[in-house]
Design a protein around this ligand. Sequence first.
Ligand code: CA
Length: 237
Amino acid sequence: MTNNKYKILLVEDDANVRSVVSTMLESADYQVVPAETCALAKTLFASHLPDAVILDLGLPDMDGMEFLSFARRDSLTPVIVLSARSDDQDKVRALDGGANDYVTKPFSSAELLARVRTVLRNYQHRADSGKLPGGRFHVRDLVIDYDARQVFVRGGEVKLSQTEYNIVALLSEHCGKMMTYSAIIKGVWGRSDEGSVKRLQVNMANIRKKFGVKPGGSWYITNELGVGYRMNGEKEE
Ligand code: CA
């Protein structure tokens, strides 16, 4: 069989969800490789070399986190965690364990497909994700000049403090990926203390203000309360 469809490994033990998600992915022209256990997922991951993985965390034989650490041992294949768990700690654990993103059940097909497109695109352009020649980053009408440490929105410069700039630059380097608070804090301040999350949130509120975002308005950065922030590579659906 030869085709050039993207191959998605779908690890999910619930037959209903598996069927719904498979249909959703196939109608968007992806090839689906289903697995209902963690053990089977490991075998199929090695033999099929999927372009991306959609991973349920609650599996009958092992925790989905087992598969995640297996996949991360020697691959950067994007993994989207699919979980009924609404506990923030699980999301943080999955993201810090190497997951690229997560979707909480129940989810819309538009939401899941947008996440799949984003991780595939970021994976493909990992080497130069959004980066333009001359050390510049570009997504929609946001431009970051890494050499000059300047940020422009719709052609106008946004004057950021050093810390604010460091946060925006870090998120842009991981564009499309949900970054946990602790990952951002580590990247920007190098270490964390009790006030770190609060400090990050205050900085983020200031950045948002400087970007001229209206309250409740959407912009380049999504906040998942209790989890982290993501710079969006494409418009959220
Ligand atoms: Ca399950």
